[in-house]
Design a protein around this ligand. Sequence first.
Ligand SMILES: [Zn+2]
Length: 146
Amino acid sequence: MSLSWQRCSPGDARGPSSCHKPLLPGDLALRLLENVPQSMESDAALRLGFAVLDRDGAGVLASVCLNRVGRLGRVSRTSANRLAGLIGAHELGHLLLETGRHADTGIMQAGWAPADLRRRGLVQPGRAAPVGHVVAVSRSSSTMGS
Ligand SMILES: [Zn+2]
């Protein structure tokens, strides 16, 4: 297994060539998106991240919406960086488990509202911290799922 971080910008043809290569089966990519527009979703249903899976549950791309995670961090007085890590782990879990389903306990639980975070004990209340301003793609080659 290898891990690499790439700073990619949409439409930036000068970025590393790996930013423009298609993801392949066996790759796992975690994309950190800086500015995902607000949508028609209610705040309660606002997605903090997502994983793209096909009908068979296979997928290679998970995403974390950093601006939304940052907002949750401020609202819940929780470290946005820690939340971003938890959301990334959750979304990568969907790829590794090859399912969009959620569990009753643990990192694969659904629900990331402030009350959910306190109830689950995933984070400790503390001073809000800003989330980093990095857009990166982790591209990992692995034999998992192949
Ligand atoms: Zn989920």
